[in-house]
Design a protein around this ligand. Structure first.
Ligand code: C5J
Length: 221
């Protein structure tokens, strides 16, 4: 069984046949100027350091035929799946559904909602559209994983303390063994990123493991 010996808090063992790479919300709306992330007052350049390692991770996973699944956060054009409290976020004229330089902010089908070119999904890789922070809420991700007999999730994406954390917590409660790749997840707030990773692995791995992506990819060969 492949093992990531350097994972925290303990070595992470996984079977590639029942493991999926989950790449969370690497969308223009979060990583590029003019999108949802920036509309909330964030410095989106903070997330860009994740792109190179995640591109390398995707190459390594695809090379060995690991299941790869992408997610995108966003809402339908009529906003019927967006709770009022979420709609109220951001300054006037910069809220979800408002027009921005990359199209309507965080709306499915708009340019800004899609995944950045560097990490574009390949044909056949599922893309899960989710209205919430967690990838299991109001999606068919659970069914998709069950169909493929997936038991372990290797997690990349943004942001560490929001959609990555929420999804890993949801996955942990559903019995998935989650490995979060520290260099492939990012936050607008470096301190939140650091502490969020500590929280995953604290208390003996309360809801997962943490490792560097190269330690994971070197275990694949
Ligand atoms: C946020 C996300 N931060 N993908 N979404 O609103 O983490």
């Amino acid at each position: 069984m492949p093992t990531v010996a350097s994972a925290h808090p303990s070595p992470y063992e996984f079977d590639p046949a029942t493991t999926a790479l989950l790449v969370i919300d690497m969308q223009r709306d979060f990583l590029e100027p003019g999108g949802f992330g920036e509309s909330l007052g964030n410095d989106v350049s903070q997330l860009r350091r994740t792109i190179g390692p995640t591109a390398a991770l995707l190459r390594a996973c695809r090379a060995v035929g690991l299941t790869v699944i992408h997610t995108r956060e966003g809402h339908s054009a009529d906003l019927s799946d967006c709770p009022p409290a979420k709609l109220a976020r951001g300054g006037p004229g910069l809220r979800i559904g408002d027009p921005g330089p990359m199209g309507r902010i965080l709306i499915r089908g708009e340019y800004g909602h899609d995944i950045i070119d560097e990490l574009a999904p390949r044909d056949g890789e599922p893309v899960v559209d989710k209205p919430g922070k967690g990838a299991f809420y109001a999606t068919d991700l659970g069914a998709m994983l069950a169909e493929r007999n997936i038991r372990s999730l290797v997690v990349a994406g943004v942001t560490t303390e929001v959609c990555v954390h929420t999804t890993v917590r949801e996955a942990n409660d559903r019995g998935y063994e989650c490995l979060v790749l520290a260099d492939c997840v990012g936050s607008y707030f470096p301190e939140f990123h650091r502490v969020a990773l500590e929280m995953v692995a604290a208390q003996g791995g309360i809801f997962g493991w943490v490792a560097e992506s190269t330690d994971f990819t070197s275990s694949l060969v």
